[in-house]
Design a protein around this ligand. Structure first.
Ligand code: ZN
Length: 171
């Protein structure tokens, strides 16, 4: 779709002046291709969404994303959920159907009816080195196992901002 050039459109020029934005780049227009709508955000939080893996964004900091949100991803048949592009998720086919959600606490949604209780994936925390997580170093093993037990997604998404994700490149 080709959009008309609004940079010289008089009402918008006036609007930019009143916003004290001298250049068009001083504010960002809402783009539904890149930005989640309010409806999508509540859908992701409340019922999750089933998508093909290749439709997700691979952020350069190793987390997964959809448009401008980070995500929790999981398959219906597994016991773990994933927060990063760990070796497990890297082994999945691009056409693999995965559940995604932005829910920060408690169980994870499987559509409008279902819910599931899951563990965070240790490979994900290892890859991110989250809070010094490291099961490969003897002196960190007990600490890391405990971190798995007390892990909080809510806290995780304070470190890795859930939404909106800005200025993070892609792989
Ligand atoms: Zn993982």
């Amino acid at each position: 779709m080709k959009l008309p050039d609004f940079t010289e459109f008089e009402p918008f020029k006036q609007l930019r002046l009143s916003m004290k934005a001298r250049k068009a780049g001083h504010f960002e227009l809402f783009n539904p291709e890149k930005h989640l709508t309010g409806r999508e955000r509540s859908e992701l939080d409340q019922q999750g969404r089933l998508v093909s893996l290749h439709r997700l964004r691979r952020f350069a900091d190793d987390t997964w994303g959809l448009k401008n949100s980070r995500l929790v991803i999981y398959r219906a048949e597994d016991h773990d959920y994933h927060l990063a592009q760990c070796e497990v998720t890297q082994g999945w086919e691009p056409g693999q159907q995965v559940w995604v959600t932005s829910r920060r606490t408690g169980s994870l949604p499987l559509g409008p009816q279902g819910e599931t209780s899951r563990q965070v994936c240790a490979h994900c925390l290892q890859l991110l080195g989250y809070k010094g997580f490291d099961l490969n170093r003897n002196r960190k093993i007990a600490y890391s196992k405990n971190l798995l037990k007390v892990f909080s997604r809510d806290e995780f998404f304070q470190v890795y901002t859930l939404y909106p994700v800005q200025g993070v490149g892609e792989r």
